[in-house]
Design a binder for this molecule. Structure first.
Ligand code: GLV
Length: 357
């Protein structure tokens, strides 16, 4: 079996994969270009991709691939519909990054609410001359309202952490979430959540229905004191509308791990002081990254050896896909109406319209 891996991965399983199969690894620390990817997968049976690798129709058609194992929870970088038509299995790595991503979400929540990054710059800049009752006075999380858009696995873990901080939780999702409900969380429509939350955090996959879910109209519904956190996918927010909302103080600030055109971060965002920006590191703990690599390898090898990979996201042959498998943040999709919401683990899996990222 011939395998291509688009970047060096951590963990012992990766070393074993290289010993047991004929594996070519992209030697660069950057993603392969389209031409490099095309040339690399031309004669391969399987590939391990990252979210930066766009598996387009052109690349899929120019390959002999049987399995594409995405080493990410989201798989909007892969043309799932075309893979299904071609009988190519696509897999992802959900669950193993849930804690890491929920933790980073909280790091951003705390950073924006307490101006951690600005305060660090201030201190480092030699400006700390005296304690002051008005210096970097932020928002107390206790008794504030957290609005979770997409109550899948990551959204749920964020809610559990929010409860420990004494926050009130609202969430929007296609289905009720018993774990969040048990914490006293309330499921509401998207617009109600936008109007009531002090902090809004997005945990939805990028799909045709969540693309630019949050735009000018949605920012207009938010409180001027609201902070928006996005660790899902940049394209679920209209980034220009976000900049306008931040500049005109329609909202108080934002904590971003993802960008509409990443890795390009727009200059207009960079100029703003009320935004904390990270380079898409939601799952970046050693534990999560090793587990992601191991899971991608397991999915790949199972598929190549004729079995059903544990995290198959498209229906191939007579295989059924497992529930709760897709996407970033929430393992779901579908933006509902005002009275419904966005995503849920029990929807959307294996629906090819989801694989947009
Ligand atoms: C990270 O964004 C992932 O989808 O794994």
């Amino acid at each position: 079996m011939k395998i291509y891996v688009t970047r060096e991965l951590p963990g012992a399983e990766f070393e074993r994969l290289k010993e047991e199969y004929s594996v070519v690894v992209n030697p660069s620390s950057l993603p392969p270009t389209e031409d490099e990817l095309l040339a690399a997968v031309r004669d391969k049976d399987g590939v391990i991709t990252l979210l930066t690798d766009r598996m387009t129709k052109k690349i899929i058609d120019g390959s002999t691939l049987k399995v594409i194992a995405n080493c990410a929870a989201g798989y909007d970088n892969i043309d799932i519909t075309h893979c299904t038509e071609r009988g190519i299995m696509v897999t992802n790595t959900p669950d193993v990054l849930t804690n890491a991503t929920a933790e980073l979400t909280f790091a951003l929540i705390l950073s924006v609410a307490r101006m951690i990054v600005q305060a660090d710059r201030y201190t480092r800049g030699g400006n700390f001359n005296a304690w002051s009752p008005t210096l970097f006075v932020g928002m107390e999380l206790h008794d504030s309202v957290l609005g979770i858009i997409g109550a899948g696995k990551i959204g749920t873990e964020v809610g559990i952490r929010a409860k420990a901080f004494g926050m009130h939780i609202l969430y929007t999702d296609l289905l009720a979430n018993p774990r969040l409900n048990a914490l006293g969380a309330r499921r509401v429509g998207l617009n109600e959540l936008l109007g009531l939350a002090d902090i809004i955090t997005l945990h939805i996959p990028l799909t045709s229905s969540t693309h630019r879910l949050i735009g000018a109209a949605e920012f207009n519904l938010m409180k001027p004191t609201c902070f928006v956190i996005n660790v899902a996918r940049g394209k679920v927010i209209d980034e220009h509308a976000l900049v306008v909302a931040l500049k005109t103080t329609k909202i108080a600030g934002a904590g971003l791990d993802v960008y509409e055109n990443e890795p390009i971060v727009s200059d207009e965002l960079k100029e703003l002081d009320n935004v904390v920006m990270l380079p898409h590191i939601g799952s970046a703990t050693l534990t999560a990254r090793i587990r992601m690599a191991n899971l991608a390898i397991k999915n790949l090898c199972t598929g190549l050896e004729g079995g059903k990979p544990p995290n198959l996201v498209n229906p191939i042959g007579n295989t059924a896909v497992s529930i709760g498998n897709n996407a970033v943040g929430s393992e779901n999709t579908a933006v509902g109406s005002e009275s419904t919401a966005v995503g849920s683990e029990s929807t959307a899996v294996g629906d090819e319209s989801k694989g947009v990222r």
